[in-house]
Ligand binder design. Structure first.
Ligand code: HEM
Length: 470
């Protein structure tokens, strides 16, 4: 009770909606697109907002300044993750991104960084391009399956770099395993999603008791999560035994070590966040820049990046407009703190409201409009707003960001160089409008929609077909 109500500091919590006695603000947390509600709270209460769900204090960092002050300048206090018993129950505690701020996290993060720091990330470029070219050929032969295809490209890159495993173009067993495990995680971690997060003692009660059905769900999740870690790991070990192992991060690091198993499965799950890729299909421009700089006789390469400022702006806008994790991954405090006269208790959940930051009208006028031009100065130069907020903050900033950045950029430029994407037409020849609908939950993916994807020219088609022989 003292943690629910208690604040012995004599200082106020940051402003926020009035909580009810027991449940706090639970009744105000919407199931759908909660980041929109939290961004409304920003207009009402300011850049730092406090809410409570049962005994859990939640602080929303709604501006870049607050995020920088807390997650970066006070990173020694703000780098923990909230304790969520449901994460342990479903077996996701193996994941670096969800681990508390402990020596174990440091060890996993260090290993991850070794394989994903900028110079290491550059060595994966050939694999990235190969998989992106597979994707382009997929678009030629099955444009109607573009959603399944772009989802696979991100997974294909991670699976090839981590495990040396080449995914099947459709319904790959490993990819399906990971997709299901990520979906289960997404369903169980939002505030208010699982009673056991609010009442941790419930984890000790058997599933047959009323209200404890989550135990059966959790047991099923644990099985999937275990499989998701073990199956691709066994694949590498088997190939190494048989001497057929392709070079991969796991085969390079492998000393039959549990940390590697967990770190690699973390990366494998990270693949799904690369669904930022879906977003850029909503927007078409920039082909003339590619034609002017690269010409039409070859496909783009990573080395072209500095010469393509418009594509750079397009990439930034894709990452700004619909951040894949609109509320980031929650941080938590490891001790009491006072910020600008407000009390922030130990164990509080700190949400980086990335949506509010990337839709801040004072920085991005008309924030809901997709407009890459906003990243140019008045004299037509790319501006210096090059920090992608979608990757989060401080010591917990996304470790896969260099690889993810390269994948998203290279996919955008490759598709644009070879294809025209337009609205689909109905039987009467009228254009079908696109209604951008995104999934709810922890990860926000674009939902399937219709559009027309066709090679820009015969030359473009030949270039894409020729990638099969590379
Ligand atoms: C467009 C793609 C991606 C986006 C937008 C993204 C975004 C994020 C965000 C917002 C966080 C939380 C940062 C914070 O706590 O403040 C995060 C953490 C993380 N990401 Fe990514 N990510 C992407 C791709 C990837 C990929 C491809 C990998 C793996 C190869 C990856 C691995 C991780 C890991 C391991 C963490 C946890 C770091 C920690 O807690 O110490 N991410 N990511």
């Amino acid at each position: 009770v003292s943690s629910w109500l208690g604040n012995s500091s004599g200082l106020p919590f940051p402003p926020g909606p009035a909580p009810r006695f027991i449940t706090g603000n639970l009744h105000e947390i919407p199931a759908k697109q909660p980041w929109l509600t939290y961004t409304d709270w920003k207009s009402q209460y300011g850049d730092i907002v406090h809410a409570r769900i049962f005994g859990q204090h939640i602080i929303f960092a709604n501006s870049l300044k607050i995020a920088t002050d807390l997650f970066e300048k006070r990173s020694h206090l703000y780098s923990d993750r909230p304790a969520a018993p449901m994460i342990d129950l479903i077996g996701w505690d193996f994941n670096v991104g969800l681990m508390p701020y402990t020596d174990k996290w440091r060890q996993h993060r260090r290993l991850f960084q070794q394989s994903f720091r900028p110079d290491a990330a550059r060595t994966y470029r050939p694999i990235q391009m190969t998989k992106i070219h597979d994707f382009l050929r997929g678009l030629l032969s099955r444009p109607e399956d573009f959603v399944a295809l772009y989802k696979t490209v991100a997974a294909a890159i991670i699976m090839a770099t981590m495990y040396g495993y080449q995914v099947e173009p459709i319904e790959d067993h490993f990819v399906t395993l990971s997709e299901e495990a990520v979906k289960m995680l997404s369903d169980t971690t939002l505030p208010g999603a699982a009673a056991v997060n609010a009442f941790p003692f419930l984890r000790h009660l058997p599933g047959w008791l009323p209200g404890c059905g989550f135990q059966y769900f959790a047991a099923e999740c644990r099985k999937r999560t275990e499989e998701m870690q073990q199956v691709p790991f066994d694949f590498v070990k088997q190939n190494m035994r048989e001497g057929t192992s392709a070079k991969s991060i796991v085969s390079t690091l492998l000393e039959a070590n549990q940390v590697i198993r967990a770190v690699s499965a973390t990366a494998y799950a990270g693949a799904f966040t690369v669904s930022s890729l879906g977003t850029f299909f909503y927007a078409m421009a920039a082909q003339s820049e590619i034609d002017n700089v690269i010409g039409t006789h070859r496909l783009p390469e990573f080395e072209d990046r500095p010469s393509l400022p418009y594509i750079e702006a397009l990439y930034r806008e894709v990452m700004r407009w619909k951040p894949v994790l609109p509320l980031g991954v929650p941080h938590a405090t490891i001790a009491d703190d006072v910020y600008e006269g407000y009390f922030i208790p130990k164990g509080a959940t700190i949400i980086s409201n990335i949506w509010a930051m990337t839709h801040d009208e004072s920085i991005y006028p008309e924030p809901d409009r997709f407009n890459p031009d906003r990243f140019f100065t008045a004299d037509g130069k790319l501006n210096d707003d090059d920090t992608v907020l979608a990757f989060g903050f401080g010591r917990r900033i996304c470790v896969g960001r260099h690889t993810a950045d390269a994948t998203v950029w290279a996919t955008i430029v490759s598709v644009l160089s070879a294809f025209t994407i337009a609205k689909a037409k109905d039987e009467a020849g009228n254009e079908i409008d696109i209604d951008p609908v995104y999934s709810d939950g922890f990860v926000s993916h674009p939902q399937p929609f219709q559009c027309s994807i066709a090679p820009r020219s015969e030359l473009a088609q030949n270039l894409v077909e020729a990638t099969a022989d590379l």
